[in-house]
Design a protein around this ligand. Structure first.
Ligand SMILES: [Zn+2]
Length: 313
């Protein structure tokens, strides 16, 4: 097996049984595990597996407890969707995915959100070991013309301008990126120290070298890191090693994707889109197939439709 394109992938995964056998191998490595009780004593049935533990004795398939659980579309179409979503640099819209795969847009939307759940970084990454790190913040969405809103507005009218017009506040994203390495992203309520500092401390070990712009929120970094800032205000963007070009380039891919492909991203789902962009970026040196397999290993995650559409904010 060696697929570099969608037709090659679909040739290899020619029917549902091939997909199931492949996924069983990835998920269980030859020994099925009951998703209900964890027992390894199971036996095969016509349509899947059955637990041999007398206190459980439940039927299951390899899809139970994964992002594919309870879905009506075939694994073959899921695999094609994962391939498309992880190979398009700026992402793929649910409208486009629906057209490409012959499914409804609603299904495509749900599939893409479940794939994002799978792309989420499960273990927090440590950045900056033997690498230089850049940190920066980006502001996503919001309307430029409504920028000057009353800062003392009350909680009740926070979504309205002084003139009473609806206002979409910009969403703050903080990013840390290694030169020639990985990126981590987080949506934070604002760029205050308590939000940014904790995030940096979680991902970058003390003693590392960090580059940023001259925003005051980064002043504290000197206490724990070798920290240098670019003087953007003086129109200095590169001073030897001191620059933030790596993260700026990443922001431009992120923004072109969020605005160009996804148009509007709600606050509720922003974190998932960030997971998607980070996952694609961090696997950019892998082949399409290696990337596909890496993500399938992380597919043990469920996101119900109810949870997805529930209002958090
Ligand atoms: Zn069981």
């Amino acid at each position: 097996m060696n697929f570099k394109s969608l037709p090659q992938l679909l040739d290899y995964f020619k029917d549902e049984n091939t997909c199931i056998e492949y996924y069983e191998q990835i998920r269980w490595n030859g020994t099925p595990v009951c998703p209900h009780c964890g027992s390894e004593r199971t036996y095969k049935t016509n349509r899947g597996h059955k637990c041999a533990n007398s206190e459980c004795y439940k039927k299951f398939t390899v899809k139970v407890g994964t992002i594919f659980h309870g879905s009506k579309i075939s694994l073959r179409i899921w695999f094609a969707a994962i391939f498309l979503a992880t190979t398009h640099k700026k992402g793929i819209s649910s409208v486009q995915l629906a057209l490409d795969l012959g499914i409804t847009q609603k299904t495509a939307w749900f599939v893409l959100h479940r794939i994002r759940e799978m792309l989420k970084d499960k273990a927090p990454q440590v950045l900056g070991k033997d690498k230089m790190v850049e940190v920066d913040e980006a502001y996503i969405g919001g309307r430029e013309k409504n920028k000057h809103i009353n800062k003392r507005r009350s909680l009740e009218d926070k979504n309205f301008t002084n003139e009473g017009k609806p206002y979409t506040p910009k969403k703050t994203v903080v990013g840390i990126i290694e030169r020639n390495g990985n990126v981590v992203l987080k949506h934070v309520p604002n760029s205050e120290l308590r939000n940014m500092g904790a995030f940096i401390a979680r991902h970058v070990p003390q003693g590392s070298t960090i580059y940023s712009d001259e925003a005051p929120v980064y002043n504290h970094l000197k206490k724990y890191y070798t920290h240098e800032s670019v003087k953007h205000a003086l129109n200095i963007y590169v001073d030897g090693q001191v620059h933030t070009n790596t993260i700026e380039n990443f922001w431009s891919v992120l923004k072109r994707g969020l605005y160009g492909i996804y148009h509007q991203v709600s606050e509720k789902h922003l974190e998932r889109y960030l997971d998607e962009f980070a996952a694609r970026f961090n696997t950019r040196s892998l082949s399409s197939q290696e990337r596909f397999e890496k993500f399938l290993v992380d597919s043990e995650s469920t996101l119900s439709y109810k949870k997805l559409i529930s209002t958090v904010y």
